[in-house]
Design a binder for this molecule. Structure first.
Ligand code: DAK
Length: 258
């Protein structure tokens, strides 16, 4: 599929997906989210991809869902069409790890897209926000849910009720992002984090993703039981033998995803 609103580059087992609607600050419309879902689904099926990075440009990751598109919609359009549900469902089903590299604005749906990724690395110029309240609506792809689980009720309420933006330093302090780096070094940092992930056993990587995500879906007791079961199952893999033997033999592990 030829894409018009994203650019995909695959190299060294990393798929770099760049959002590319510069005239609208990468605002998310059905085409962009559809292409993104398609590219991520293809990356999931591609043996040459072991980690995915989603990025915008230096000034904006994405300034939210496309307000122009939404301004022409009514309740029936949004409800009957189940706006963005299929696309976001496809993104959430990707089992390979996804890193968001956020520089500049990540607002509304842009912040929510970053939170759909497995972790966020931010440039020191990043600004996160859920300003939908200024448009007379509320967040619709996780801004009241994922954000609350990540930063807690008080800050999530503050962000969603006032519509204010959070800078990179506050985002790191609140646990929204895993690291903040100088904006100029963001892509190097994100790509080198992706390269680190890409060299692990894909079985362990997907198991980590499943287990951490389970923490958001269940109780601590259930989550710990799930983690234990997954841990035990790792002992059925060749990569567990290889990883542990390589450590004892003081050499690099050669994982084969088996
Ligand atoms: N949509 C469409 N165009 C946008 C846009 C957006 N979200 N954000 C910016 N643009 C466009 C501007 O209209 C402008 O276009 P031209 O006038 O040049 O044609 C261009 O990008 C540059 O914007 P500005 O001139 O405003 O640039 P500034 O540097 O002055 O300001 C800004 C940058 C990011 C602070 C400002 O543009 C801004 O406040 N943008 C809107 C941010 C926002 O309100 N985001 C939330 C959108 S609502 C759903 C799930 C989720 C959602 C919806 C439904 N369902 C599951 C049903 C999500 C909703 C949202 O995200």
């Amino acid at each position: 599929m030829a894409y018009e609103t994203i650019i995909v580059e695959i190299e060294d087992y990393i798929a770099l997906v760049k959002l590319n609607r510069p005239d609208a600050m990468n605002a998310l419309n059905s085409q962009l989210l559809g292409e993104l879902a398609d590219a991520l689904t293809a990356a999931q099926a591609n043996d040459k991809v072991r980690c995915i990075v989603i990025a915008g440009s230096e000034k904006f990751f994405a300034a939210g869902a496309d307000i122009k598109m939404m301004s022409e919609m009514n309740f029936v359009d949004v409800f009957s069409g189940d706006l963005f549900a299929e696309e976001t469902g496809a993104i959430s089903r990707v089992r390979k790890p996804i890193i968001a590299a956020v520089s500049g604005y990540a607002l509304g749906g842009g912040c929510e897209l970053a939170m759909m990724c497995d972790f966020i690395i931010a440039g020191d110029n990043a600004k996160f926000g859920q300003p939908e309240i200024n448009l007379g609506v509320i967040a619709g792809m996780g801004g009241t849910q994922r954000l609350t689980r990540v930063v807690g009720k008080s800050k999530a309420m503050d962000m969603n009720l006032t519509g204010r933006f959070m800078d990179a330093e506050e985002a790191e302090r609140s646990g929204l992002v895993s690291r903040v780096v100088p904006a100029k070094k963001l892509m190097d940092e994100a790509m080198s984090a992706a390269a680190k992930v890409a060299e692990k056993s894909m079985i362990s990587v997907m198991a980590v993703k499943e287990s951490v995500n389970r923490a958001y879906e269940t109780t601590l007791t259930e989550g710990l039981a799930f983690e234990r079961r997954v841990f035990n199952s790792m002992f059925a893999t060749d990569d567990q033998k290889e990883g542990m033997n390589a450590f004892l033999e003081k050499r690099e592990a050669q994982f084969r995803d088996r």
